[in-house]
Design a protein. Sequence first.
Lengths: 123, 356, 130
Amino acid sequence: MMGIQQAYQCLFLGAVLILALLIIISMIRSVLGPRVADRIIAVNMIGTMTIMIIAILSVYFEENYLVDICLIYAMISFLGVVVLCKVYTGVYLRDKNMEANMEAVEDNLSQQKQEVHDYYENE
Amino acid sequence: MSRRKDNYETSRWRQFMQWLAGEIDPLTAAKVGMIQEKAETLPDEKMERGKVSTLQATPGNESDEREAHSAAAQAEKAAGQAKSAMAAEPWLNQPSGESRGLRLYRRFYQVMSILLCMGIISVLLWTIAYLPIFGNAGNPDNNEVSARYIEKGLDETGAVNMVTGMILDYRAFDTFGESCVLFIASCCVLVLLRIDNDGGSESWKKRQTEANDRIFEPKNDIILQKCACVLVPVILVFGIYIILNGHLSPGGGFSGGAVLGSGLILYLNAFGFQKAERIFNGKIYQRITVSALTFYCLAKSYSFFTGANHLNSGIPLGTPGNILSSGLILPLNICVGLVVACTMYAFYTLFRKGGM
Amino acid sequence: MAWQWYRFGAASLCLVTGIVFMILAVFGVNRFHKALNRMHAAAMGDTLGILFVFLGLILVRGISFDSLKLFLVILFFWMASPVSGHMVSRLEAMTDEELGELLVIRRSRRIKAKEGEDSPEDRGESQAER
């Protein structure tokens, strides 16, 4: 008869191993992903699974400070997604502007149309 | 006592306050004189450069020496022209024919810098070869130092978290150096990436960068704003918790400061530069960073002075485990956290906008 | 002794459910063809997977301060993950020209001056990575 400790150990180790395998698979997607959004999604999923692994390890080792690291990791990964999205949208629109395709900018940012006009007047 | 001073505008205190706020440059008054001085000292510099080139030329080779002399003479001539031209930096636009000495000097400079770097690297490597083998059980850091930290750390520092006790008490000057490195790094980025305000008025430049931000990046995102309203206070409170709990649980200044900085960056991303400047701008950055570093330096110097001389420092250690315990570690943690948060935010704004 | 095994059973059930959700999410991310579909799969892992895994861990820990922190992680994820999904989808809708979003907006705005010459190029132009 297996003791309760060994049962928990097997459960946690199996979960961590499966999650590590999943991280490798989604890393493949983050390398392959044809567009920036695919990569961002894959990296975000890697972050999620890393947070799961850290939480499982915190219960497994009974080290409660690892949960703080989970929270920090979640914050940083959320912030990373937000910043990357903003920066890549900006880069894309700037490139389009250089190709003189300004309708795209105006259409996409229709709520900021007033500022667009201001910008052009100033130029 | 309440007499109003008429000469406040020209008083030293006023100048000091202006300098503190970054409004005036104390060197601007002397700048014009300095330019004149530069132009006058120019021939001497040229002569020195010519001398350097003669020094570099091998003795006995007369033609090289003669060339160097002629180069020096030409440099003197050019310096005279530059003096008459009275430009700010006349050596930038001199004719190309006379600059042989200068070129020789530059080549000599490059060779010498490479030699200096190689020398330093070889000395360091030579030193490393004499270090004890890594991981050897007989190394001094494996028996004495760590045993001392483990046995007496709680009594001497009062911090339950041993790592914080080490990095902020035994090795506090190391941490001070790290904070200074962060400050210097942000200063260098500021020097390299700052948008120059010389052409055009400052408000116009600011408006242009704001418009740039608004046009090319989706800022008015209502979903992100509503989410940031909820998340930013939580993140800031969590960062403050990590900083204040640094001597009780893992964490401390660096990680807590990073969390604070990420909260500020999230606010900036959601609401744009204009609103973020209300709570954080360059002046506040200067004041917070400089005062935190100064306080760290003074407090830790006092602590080291009294500790090295076996004086009674008067800093209570408190009960280990309480939030107000372990002497200077809590304020030092707060200082480090402030510096790290400011540095993260400053890096982000500098790379995105080129200013704070 | 028996209730400990019941707790283990409940916790392992939750953990295994969460990990199955993660497997499904990774499978979907690798199998779908467009970024928006992939996002649909990934969001499931971000919400349900996190919920079940952390619920299992809370069941293991019992009621304590750590369980509160684990619960905070769940709360944070449920707040932050839809927003990050929104940001990613916005990026995708803005930059992917094969989606046709830009054309639809352009037609509705009645900007037809350059559409005859521009839009076929825009459509055929593959937006590779930058």
